[in-house]
Design a protein around this ligand. Structure first.
Ligand SMILES: [Zn+2]
Length: 197
């Protein structure tokens, strides 16, 4: 496939939200993968105004260069992946810190990536599990101070209750360059109780 891009460099980091033909949310895909869907004729329908124009090869009969306009949300034909039904986002430190908005859930301090740690609310040594509902973002100082104690024992109450993000929340948290059309669509699919936050 011959594609040369990119008219607007700031959109190079733009990702396309992919859905299945039934409208179920799948995942972010790169614009390159989105182009492949168009070229393969696998785009069922789209939402939103075109956000990126990709120049393709020359058509000799027409004497023109083909253009593909990428839409911010693309539903493709084909089968839905299993994890799209209600997948559990992987518990990584990056995803955890994003859930907690880079804040220490003990002292509320905002930290950079290297200054934050994963704290187990119920320590592993006391039978706690390494799962979304038992982990919070903590600054190094708070993590050291708490040690292998529970928040009650350490007299360090949590500022928020840890929870497992839905797949939609995970998609919102994992992309810093969400376009307006995409955000509107994703927010509409959030669990009702978290739309306000
Ligand atoms: Zn702290």
């Amino acid at each position: 496939m011959q594609t040369v891009v990119n008219p607007r460099p700031e959109l190079g980091s733009t990702r396309v939200l992919s859905l299945d033909a039934g409208g179920r949310i799948l995942d972010w895909i790169s614009w390159q993968d989105a182009v492949c869907l168009y070229v393969r004729g696998a785009v069922a329908w789209t939402l939103g105004e075109p956000c990126l124009t990709v120049h393709g090869g020359f058509n000799r009969e027409m004497g023109r260069q083909s253009l593909i306009e990428l839409h911010p949300i693309i539903a493709s034909t084909g089968h839905c992946r299993d994890h799209a039904i209600d997948p559990a986002p992987a518990l990584t430190n990056a995803a955890l810190f994003a859930r907690d908005r880079q804040l220490c859930l003990y002292c509320g301090a905002h930290g950079m990536r290297g200054e934050l740690t994963r704290d187990h609310v119920m320590p592993i040594s006391r039978g706690g599990h390494d799962e979304w509902e038992n982990v919070v973002t903590a600054c190094v100082a708070c993590n050291l101070r708490k040690g292998s104690r529970t928040p009650q024992q350490a007299a360090m109450p949590l500022l928020a209750v840890p929870y497992r993000p839905s797949w939609v929340e995970h998609l919102i948290l994992s992309n810093r360059n969400i376009l307006a059309d995409q955000m509107e669509f994703l927010v509409g699919h959030l669990p009702k109780k978290r739309r306000a936050s």
